[in-house]
Design a protein around this ligand. Structure first.
Ligand SMILES: NC(=O)C1=CN([C@@H]2O[C@H](COP(=O)(O)OP(=O)(O)OC[C@H]3O[C@@H](n4cnc5c(N)ncnc54)[C@H](OP(=O)(O)O)[C@@H]3O)[C@@H](O)[C@H]2O)C=CC1
Ligand SMILES: O=C1O[C@H](COP(=O)(O)O)[C@@H](O)[C@H](O)[C@H]1O
Length: 394
């Protein structure tokens, strides 16, 4: 009631359009307190019924710990608010190059005929951080890298990479297509999972000495549909690694009837680097400039810093908060999307929680466990050797 009084006073002092009441509540809280906080908002702090306006609730992850806890939370919030009032935020959906995915795929003739199992061999979606869980060990140890990064951020990116063209850009049309992709993901096979935990993780006093929590994971997903049958989607995430980046790497199949021995150079790859330094580049084979007819791997490069000089790329949260004010739910996770995402990972997470699967140790500052690169190779990824990128000079 006190909060409502404060808000009402603020509204009457600030409202440029008297009579409107627009209330946005941003909850970054442990999920256990979401229901009680939301109940109080529902009972005492809604926009005033005699005035026009709205009340919206932004909910930060974690949205539960597994399928049943997420569904329970969804039911509790669903009793208090309509889906149109709930904004489940995933900040990866606010990143410039993630938002670019739909444009890239559906506004460019180049990609339309190539984006399928006939041409693409495998796709990696990668998150790497070069620092550990410093200061967040207590939270992280309860969740682990799959819940922290893969089940939400990387899976959302996968949806945008793999989904069919939506009927329109209306949020519900886009979210309908994302749900279909998630529902087409096959159960995860344990042979296609590598878990790791960096050495020294348990030195954090807030982490249990017997912690089985992965700080690194590579998980291969398969989408059972006409476009993607047989194409592995390799989701990799890790903390305390040797570099920081998030990228999507689409590796194409070898050229059939190759007369140039291109295989030696490496396959065509299309890389979308989400961060740092947003860029998209296509690794392709060209004639090595000179008198000989030999080939070399080169690139078509769109580096945002160079191409869009002087344009500030907004922060993910800046964009998403603006969307909540505008009432645009396109970049927010719908309830059925969340359920489908938990359905994919819950069986694996339960096996990890039960101690059935053990993370492999890796050195901080390394690439993570070697077994992850072996899994990558088994999934079909062919690493390029000898490709040297020379950054252009202005
Ligand atoms: N516009 C730009 O800024 C451009 C920059 N470049 C830069 O050029 C460099 C080379 O580019 P690129 O070939 O695309 O990228 P990398 O050589 O960094 O990585 C290519 C792939 O090989 C994997 N890999 C790397 N090391 C190993 C290893 N030891 N064993 C097994 N797999 C491995 C990587 O995995 P993982 O992802 O896990 O590391 C990734 O999947 C990069 O630094 C890139 O940033 C290139 C073109 C344009
Ligand atoms: O949600 C999270 O994301 C951050 C990484 O975000 P980024 O925008 O810097 O890629 C990660 O460090 C954190 O563990 C996780 O909870």
């Amino acid at each position: 009631m006190l909060l409502n009084k404060e808000i009402s006073e603020h509204e009457s002092s600030k409202n440029s359009q008297p009579g409107t009441s627009r209330r946005l509540f941003y909850l970054a809280l442990p999920p256990s307190v979401y229901p009680s906080v939301c109940k109080m908002i529902r009972n005492y702090c809604m926009n005033q019924s005699d005035l026009t306006g709205w009340t919206r609730i932004v909910v930060e992850k974690p949205f539960g710990k597994d399928l049943s806890s997420a569904e329970e939370l969804s039911n509790q919030l669903g009793e208090l608010f309509d889906e149109q009032q709930l904004y489940r935020i995933d900040h990866y959906l606010g990143k410039e190059l993630v938002q670019n995915l739909l444009v890239l795929r559906f506004a460019n003739r180049f990609f339309l005929p190539l984006w399928n199992r006939d041409n693409i061999d495998n796709i990696q979606i990668v998150f790497r951080e070069d620092f550990g869980t410093e200061g967040r060990g207590g939270y992280f140890d309860e969740y682990g890298i799959i819940r922290d990064i893969i089940q939400n951020h990387l899976l959302q990116v996968l949806c945008l990479v793999a989904m069919e063209k939506p009927v329109s850009l209306k949020p519900e049309h886009i979210r309908d297509e994302k749900v279909k992709v998630l529902q087409s993901v096959l159960p995860i096979s344990l042979e296609e999972v590598v878990l790791g935990q960096y050495e020294g993780y348990k030195d954090d006093p807030t982490v249990s000495d017997s912690s089985n929590t992965p700080t690194f994971a590579t998980v291969v997903l398969h989408i059972h549909n006409e476009r993607w049958e047989g194409v592995p989607f390799i989701l990799k995430a890790g903390k305390a690694l040797n570099s920081r980046k998030a990228e999507i790497r689409v590796q194409f199949k070898d050229v059939p009837g190759d007369i140039f021995k291109c295989k030696k150079q490496g396959r065509n790859e299309f890389v979308i680097r989400l961060q740092p330094l947003e860029a998209m580049y296509m690794k392709l084979t060209v004639k090595k400039p000179g008198l000989e007819m030999s080939t070399i791997q080169s690139e078509l490069d769109l580096s945002y810093g160079q191409r869009y000089q002087g344009i500030a790329i907004p922060e993910a949260y800046e964009r998403l908060i603006l969307d909540t004010i505008r009432g645009d739910q396109q970049h927010f996770v719908r309830r059925d999307e969340l359920k489908a995402a938990w359905e994919i990972f819950t069986p694996l997470l339960h096996r990890i929680d039960d101690g059935e699967l053990k993370p492999l140790p890796y050195k901080p500052g390394s690439r993570g466990p070697e077994q992850a690169d072996e899994l990558l190779a088994r999934a079909g990824y062919v690493q390029t050797h000898g490709y040297i990128w020379i950054p252009p000079t202005l």
